[in-house]
Design a protein around this ligand. Structure first.
Ligand SMILES: C[S@@+](CC[C@H](N)C(=O)[O-])C[C@H]1O[C@@H](n2cnc3c(N)ncnc32)[C@H](O)[C@@H]1O
Length: 236
């Protein structure tokens, strides 16, 4: 995807892409990451430290895997799964859990009051939004003071690792091939490695999160450094 797309162009293309791959999205995730994505989602919720009665927002929830994980780890929380692609949320309905609330929402203009949530979490959202500082500012706004922010996303592959050629081969060849076979949507799985390689490095993203006002910003890399989980706290 080109970087000079206007915000509305990017949003429309991202939404269109996810609406087409929605039925096979989860299967592709399991295959591409050899099942590691399940472990990362558990870690996101562990880091969110949900207490009984907490409200958690899973933004860019897609089929709702993270929002469901929140209810598994803390059955007494209110878990809100929000996304702007209806087809992704519909694909998650057969695995609905009691207590899960679905919401159509744009990450750049959240329909919630400030200080609504105890935690805001996301998985593979940030790379896809048209205006990243605004998306982070919106998440900051709806978090309560002292609330926790946790985000999982890809990071550009390391430049100097001996594994880099293998990582690039997996991203540039294997993932588009699998995407075509499993979903019939090769373009979406060319977009994934391209947007990953062009996304901010983990340290740069951490600085952006700090600039938005968050404290205790930290991150950890996974899967040979191509995925990172960032966490931060809104000052109390
Ligand atoms: C890669 S999927 C991630 C789904 C899920 N969070 C996961 O962990 O698998 C990205 C999701 O972000 C959603 N998304 C992208 N931009 C968005 C925006 N501006 N507002 C709300 N959702 C958005 C897409 O519709 C898609 O469902």
């Amino acid at each position: 995807m080109r970087n000079d797309l206007s915000s509305s162009d990017k949003a429309a293309r991202v939404r269109g892409m996810f609406s087409r791959i929605a039925p096979r999205y989860d299967l592709m995730n399991r295959l591409m990451t050899a099942g590691q994505d399940v472990r990362w989602r558990k870690e996101i919720i562990r880091l969110a430290r949900l207490q009984p009665g907490a409200r958690v927002l899973d933004l860019g929830a897609g089929t709702g895997d993270i929002a469901r994980e929140a209810l598994r780890q803390q059955p007494e929380c209110l878990s809100v799964a929000a996304d702007f692609t209806l087809e992704m949320m519909l694909a998650g309905q057969p695995r609905n859990l009691r207590g899960l609330v679905w919401c159509a929402a744009d990450a750049l203009n959240l329909p919630y009051d400030e200080h609504t949530f105890d935690a805001v979490v996301s998985g593979f959202l940030l790379r896809n939004v048209a205006d990243l500082p605004r998306a982070i500012a919106e998440q900051y706004r709806v978090l309560k003071p002292g609330g926790r922010w946790v985000a999982l996303d890809t990071t550009p592959p390391p430049q100097k690792s001996p594994l880099t050629p293998f990582i690039r081969f997996h991203m540039r060849r294997v993932i588009p091939f699998l995407g075509e076979v499993i979903t019939g949507e090769r373009d979406a799985y060319v977009y994934l490695p391209t947007s990953s390689e062009n996304f901010l490095g983990a340290k740069v993203l951490a600085r952006l999160v700090e600039a938005a006002g968050f404290q205790q910003v930290a991150f950890r890399r996974y899967l040979f450094g191509v995925v990172a989980i960032h966490q931060a706290v809104k000052p109390a």
